[in-house]
Design a protein around this ligand. Sequence first.
Ligand code: ADP
Ligand code: MG
Length: 237
Amino acid sequence: MDLRTTKSKNDISESLIDLECTFESMGLDIKILKAVKKMGFQNPTLVQSKSIPLSLQGKDILAKARTGSGKTAAYSIPIIQKILISKEKSNQKGIKAVVLVPTRELCEQVKNHFVQVSYYASNLINIIQLGSDKSVDEQRGLLRDIPDIVISTPTRLVQHLQSKAIQLQNTLEMLVIDEADLVLSYGHKEDINQIKSYLPKVCQCFLMSATLTAQVEELKKLVLHTPAILKLEEDSV
Ligand code: ADP
Ligand code: MG
């Protein structure tokens, strides 16, 4: 039997798991540790074991790893951890993290993932996705109860920024562009430029991608500052 093609119960290839690393060794909040157990994650994947500690140190991240390698938790876990820490210090409301994805369907998926990771902190962390079929007006109503995490397509976020339903200037700590290779090829360049103009000066950014295309390079220049570059080549796993 070829172990490299064996799938765990989470449908993830065993070869992508970092058996030398544990979530417990990362200094994560017990609520996150319980949630990842509940999700069936025993050890982190390679991209997670590399990204999570660097993200917790505040580094910008550019991660290139193949589809199905666990990139979502590579940013969601540090985001939830950092929000839990900042909530201990202050209960001031405000959007702390924005995740941009290229499609509505991904908004829903990524939101569901965040809900799972924050399962034991659901009373503390409010997550909203703006890619749904709801109109801008309906979403504006939902945004009155200011969320901690917003998951959106770039176009929808720009609409809410322009109408001032969303303010990021004083509170945003983290910005993720997931499926970064697709974001620009779906024609979102102007949206990203607009969003940039609403960001605070200091903000930790993550670019997650399955491929390093010219578009990802362009986004890297646009949003990242001396990032940690994590490249997980298919051959090396
Ligand atoms: P990517 O964004 O790289 O394509 P995903 O974040 O969508 O990958 O994860 C792919 C699958 O792997 C999902 O079903 C997810 O639940 C599972 N997964 C992620 N991390 C782990 C882990 N540490 N252990 C087991 N399964 C995992
Ligand atoms: Mg993904």
